[in-house]
Ligand binder design. Structure first.
Ligand code: ADP
Ligand code: MG
Length: 397
């Protein structure tokens, strides 16, 4: 086999590739398993019995469907984005071993000692460092890639490399348009939820006006190098740390996108814990969200204060306003993410696993999501986002 021209590798090809290309395997016999569970790419675990690596590889179409044609360069961009963020939080990302521009694959550290956050949470795990770790990840990656800290020319050069029109288009459609318009009839709603969605989502013109503003921001606000898909399936955790994977949707976009995304998925986890009677975990999950926001604000302010390189931007009031706007964007994005995962086609198992409580949970989350999108400025009146969630329809008054 020849790896000088691209082809879609299977397990046999990956074994030979790894034997030839990865030094640490020294030409040893290797076992390869495809472990991908995502929609788009192939993820291979390669092992010689002692050491192992992960090879993420992209095809010209999506893993789930040949109808989705996407540039194979997405994996290259993902590898580079991980490298870019690793400048700030090396411990919170997988180590990148190599990036192959020809074979369109990234060789990275195997996170076999970690668990996927969504799975761990559904099993009832409590992970005390989670809020602080995520707040730290968010402030470091988002603030240090903003115009305050990253020199303008460096930012623009990275921006050029990270431009991501195809995957952004997926977000633009699946997060910002289809859940509200169902223009391709791709939304998936149970019959019990249908009337509710028709009335309160499709039928709410003022909600759609707020979404329009948010969409415009997603399209034109090149604020920070964002992950772009920071859900609980993209976060690996263990007792004393976490690692973030799969920033395939990343680009220079609104910083609040990542913050809001992860908060939405913690609400799904909370709803799952509550509906499944895991009280203690539910209480802990509330504190995680509060801690993410508090840590983010505190660390963001420190980074801005200590690292703003441009004297003309060194203004305490500007720092505070910048962070407040990210938080505001985050509330809106959290609302959008909740809606798109309930109404749109890409569901989360935290919700689909539920039985009797599913519809009521969905309605409660949708009501909360609408509040976040329409009244982001009212959030600070409440001491915690959960107060708004628990208040249900009362909050709108
Ligand atoms: P996709 O882009 O197709 O969504 P992901 O990057 O999410 O692919 O990876 C799919 C799955 O492969 C993950 O859910 C995880 O189980 C596994 N995986 C991905 N990267 C690693 C890694 N570095 N170490 C261990 N497992 C990984
Ligand atoms: Mg994935």
């Amino acid at each position: 086999m020849d790896f000088s021209t691209y082809f879609l590798m299977d397990e046999v090809a990956v074994a030979q590739y790894a034997r030839e290309k990865i030094d640490k395997f020294n030409g040893n016999q290797l076992s390869v398993t495809e472990i991908g569970d995502g929609n788009l790419n192939y993820v291979f675990r390669v092992s010689d019995g002692e050491q192992s690596v992960i090879i993420k590889h992209s095809g010209v179409t999506a893993r789930i469907s040949d109808e989705f044609v996407l540039s194979t360069d997405r994996t290259i961009r993902e590898g580079r984005l991980i490298e870019a963020h690793s400048r700030y939080v090396p411990d919170q990302l997988p180590e990148i071993i190599s990036i192959d521009l020809v074979m369109k694959c990234v060789v990275m550290e195997d996170l076999k000692d970690y668990a996927i956050l969504r799975t761990a949470l559904q099993q009832g795990d409590i992970c005390p460092h989670l809020g602080k770790s995520l707040g730290h990840y968010l402030s470091e990656t988002l603030i240090r890639t903003s115009d305050f800290v990253l020199p303008a020319k460096e930012k623009k050069s990275l921006q050029k490399e990270m431009i991501n029109p195809e995957l952004c288009e997926i977000t633009e459609d699946l997060v910002y348009t289809e859940p509200f318009y169902n223009n391709f009839s791709r939304n998936e709603i149970s019959s019990e939820l249908e009337l509710f969605v028709e009335k309160y989502i499709y039928g709410d013109a003022s909600l759609k006006a707020a979404v329009a503003q948010a969409k415009l921001k997603f399209l034109n606000k090149a604020e920070s190098l964002i992950h772009g898909d920071l859900h609980s399936g993209s976060i690996f955790i263990k007792k004393d740390g976490l690692k973030v994977i799969d920033p395939e949707f990343g680009f220079f976009g609104p910083a609040g996108y990542d913050v809001g995304n992860v908060i939405a998925h913690l609400f799904f986890a909370y709803a799952n814990a509550q509906a499944s009677g895991r009280e203690e975990q539910a209480i802990w999950l509330k504190s995680v969200v509060d801690e993410i926001l508090a840590t983010f604000r505190e660390e963001a302010l420190t980074i801005l204060t200590e690292n703003t390189y441009d004297i003309a931007l060194r203004d305490t009031a500007l720092f505070a306003a910048f962070i407040t706007e990210i938080e505001r964007d985050a509330y809106i994005v959290a609302g959008l993410e909740l809606i798109r995962r309930i109404v749109g086609l890409a569901k989360v198992s935290d919700i689909t696993q539920l039985h009797a409580e599913r519809v009521n949970t969905e309605k409660k989350l949708l009501t909360f999501a609408k509040f976040l999108i329409q009244h982001p400025d009212k959030v600070r009146i409440y001491s915690s986002l959960f107060k708004i969630y628990e208040a249900g329809e009362e909050q709108v008054a």
